[in-house]
Design a protein around this ligand. Structure first.
Ligand code: IMP
Length: 221
């Protein structure tokens, strides 16, 4: 029986989005900080999915060690910004781009500068997010979501975090930093990936309670 979700992130901005999207599951949604787990995790995978799995496995192992994994799904995400003109940089290295401690004012200004003189059609970019979940019985699930957009010509908007002020969404005519939280959650990479994960989790848990339980365990994408 699943009672709670522990999300392996220390990012308050992400946690806010995650809580809003997972609210309707009716489960307690906690951050690593809420459960007092800290993990210095080396995200050395070559894909978003690998990194998300590395994080969720590490936190699950920590909780198991303390005997606190019962009824807990450990989720983690890994995300990044891919800019076509820069051969999909910064990609899986988005958080580490120009150094982990460099401000996003500086990172965003740098990316705009690298696209100087590049016309609209070649400013294509996307945010990608993978979510991984480790279930109490050790099963693992992953999902992926994407939002397509363009890199703007200047920073705009105060909402969101990270690269949001330079990520322009044509459908809205605004950057993701100019969207309300609800608007962003509806269209964002993390929103899509989390909703897919929610569906997988529901199918998995419902499948386990049905006579065809054996097959559900194979539904790992
Ligand atoms: P992660 O925390 O390892 O997944 O790294 C994600 C990186 O991509 C961070 O640098 C974030 O700032 C950036 N990123 C991911 N999602 C978003 C978003 O929704 N808005 C802005 N930046 C994002």
């Amino acid at each position: 029986m699943i009672k709670r979700i522990v999300f392996a992130t220390g990012n308050a901005g992400k946690m806010k989005e995650i809580r809003a999207i997972l609210a309707d599951l009716g489960l307690e949604v906690l951050s690593m900080k809420d459960v007092g787990v800290s993990a210095d995790i080396e995200e050395d995978g070559s894909t978003y999915e690998e990194n998300a799995l590395i994080k969720s496995r590490a936190v699950a192992a920590g909780l198991r060690k303390d005997g606190r994994l019962e009824g807990t799904v450990v989720m983690a995400d890994d995300s990044g910004l891919e800019i076509d003109f820069l051969n999909r940089e910064p990609g899986v290295y988005s958080a580490r781009y120009m150094g982990e401690d460099t401000s996003y004012r500086i990172k965003n200004a740098n990316l705009i500068e690298r696209l100087e003189g590049v016309e609209d059609e070649r400013r294509g970019a996307r945010f990608v997010c993978a979510i991984a979940a480790v279930l109490p019985d050790g099963h693992e699930l992953t999902s992926r979501g994407v939002i397509e957009g363009r890199i703007g010509y200047e920073e705009k908007g105060e909402n969101g975090f990270g690269y949001d002020p330079i990520f322009y969404v044509p459908e809205f005519g605004r950057t993701t930093a100019e969207l309300t939280e609800a608007e962003k959650n509806r269209v964002s990479h993390r929103g899509h990936a989390l909703r897919l994960m929610k569906e997988q989790l529901k199918e998995f848990t419902e499948g386990k309670n049905s006579p065809r339980s054996g097959e559900a365990g194979e539904r790992i994408s």
